[in-house]
Design a binder for this molecule. Structure first.
Ligand SMILES: Cc1ncc(COP(=O)(O)O)c(C=O)c1O
Length: 397
């Protein structure tokens, strides 16, 4: 079994890394990577077992620690994010949990954007609170709020950009500079799920750690749940890996294989879905039954210029408010025939969601009102169908 190693010092362009990095080849010299469906690995003798367990000899021991198929996925994603290290996790949420539990201790403080995925907010303000870790939530786009929320106890800054579902865009370079100028040891963590490294590379803009829900565009076809933590060797390979190996929220070899294959076509899918979303957003803006469209590719989006600098395309998720209340939003959703009514996103198939009663249902009314998740808000994650068919499926009159 061998992992593909580029010629000494050679770095390839992202399109090449997407299909080559981490390539794995077994004794059969197969071209497509094998799935190592095994829980443990066999040693030649007792001395080798001892050497592997004590890390004096490199090699696999047990799939909760490392597995070749999972390793291949980690290497490919690390190459795409431009990072030296990656650890794959069982879900996007276990990626965030692993970052928090390996980087924080009781008494620490986190500053997070108030506009984040529903479960991420719950994990920060409910789960972490049980371990005496304090969280302050700030407006993603207000740099003064980030500045004034930092304290000597702050160890982590967390945000996603663009946000789910309102597509607010946070200034990765500016927020990273503010945090690091205050204390160079603060870890700036960015959830890069909506853009993927195809559209945005947060580590190049100053962030320390990227987390992913691989469930979304990395799979891209709605098959598996998974996640990843990407960053430097000291944090990811030492701290996060050591937590993962002990606590066990790792990725299965089968899922890693699906994600590995997903990475190969991710750029084609993400770029096309983003172009389709642009057409849909512009059409929605013309509809009298639509009050407001949220999409970073529209020139009236408050962070339109920032999105153009920071991302190569706006992404494929948009949200809009319909005239009326929850009834109007539900009626629009229920009249669709082609679109899938589901909470997932990043699929080849366009999905339609009512965030107020699904992805953000566990937030209090006050929390929802604070970030603008209203009963008449609809989210669409645009896929790869012909955009005209998606338009015809939305009966907005
Ligand atoms: C932005 C964002 N981050 C994290 C997650 C959590 O990922 P997972 O469902 O893979 O745990 C999601 C899921 O929808 C998400 O949209």
């Amino acid at each position: 079994m061998s992992l593909y190693k580029p010629k000494q010092g050679k770095r390839y362009r992202p399109a090449t890394e997407a299909v080559r990095a981490g390539q794995l080849r077994g004794s059969e010299q197969e071209h497509s990577e094998p799935i190592y469906a095994t829980s443990s690995f066999v040693f030649d003798n007792a001395a080798q077992a001892a050497a592997r367990f004590s890390y004096t000899e490199e090699g696999n021991v047990y799939s909760r620690f490392t597995n070749p198929t999972v390793r291949a996925f980690e290497q490919r994603l690390a190459a795409l994010e431009g990072a030296p290290a990656c650890v794959a996790t069982a879900s996007g949420m276990s990626a965030l949990l692993s970052i928090c539990l390996s980087g924080l201790i009781a008494g620490d403080h986190v500053v997070a954007s108030r506009s984040i995925f529903g479960a991420s907010r719950m994990l920060l303000n409910q789960t972490l609170a049980r371990f005496s870790i304090d969280v302050s939530f700030v407006d993603l786009t207000d740099l003064d709020q980030w500045r004034s929320a930092l304290s000597p106890k702050t160890r982590m800054v967390f945000f996603e950009t663009p946000t789910n579902p309102l597509t607010e865009v946070g200034d990765i370079a500016a927020i990273s500079d503010i945090a690091h100028a205050y204390n160079a040891d603060i870890k700036v963590v960015v959830d890069n799920c909506f853009c993927t490294p195809v559209l945005q590379r947060p580590l190049e803009l100053g962030a320390d750690v990227v987390m992913h829900s691989a469930t979304k565009y990395i799979d891209g076809q709605g098959r598996c749940v998974g996640g990843a933590v990407v960053g430097d060797e000291e944090f990811v390979d030492e701290q996060v890996f050591s937590f993962m190996r002990t606590a066990g929220p790792g990725m299965s070899p089968f899922n890693a294989w699906v994600f590995l294959k997903g990475l190969e076509t991710m750029a084609l899918r993400v770029n096309q879905a983003s172009d389709n979303a642009q057409l849909l957003a512009e059409w929605l803006q013309q509809q009298s039954a639509v009050k407001q469209v949220y999409f970073p590719g529209l020139s009236d989006h408050p962070q339109y210029q920032l999105a153009r600098q920071q991302q190569s395309k706006p992404g494929a998720v948009l949200a809009f408010e319909v005239e009326g209340g929850q009834d109007a939003a539900w009626s629009l959703i229920d009249k669709t025939e082609l679109l899938s009514i589901t909470a997932n996103l990043g699929d080849t198939r366009t999905t339609i969601t009512h965030p107020y009663t699904t992805t953000h249902a566990r937030w209090s009314d006050a929390e929802k009102a604070e970030v603008g998740i209203t009963p008449n808000l609809v989210r669409i994650a645009v896929g790869l169908e012909d955009p005209q068919d998606v338009i015809e499926d939305l009966h907005l009159q």
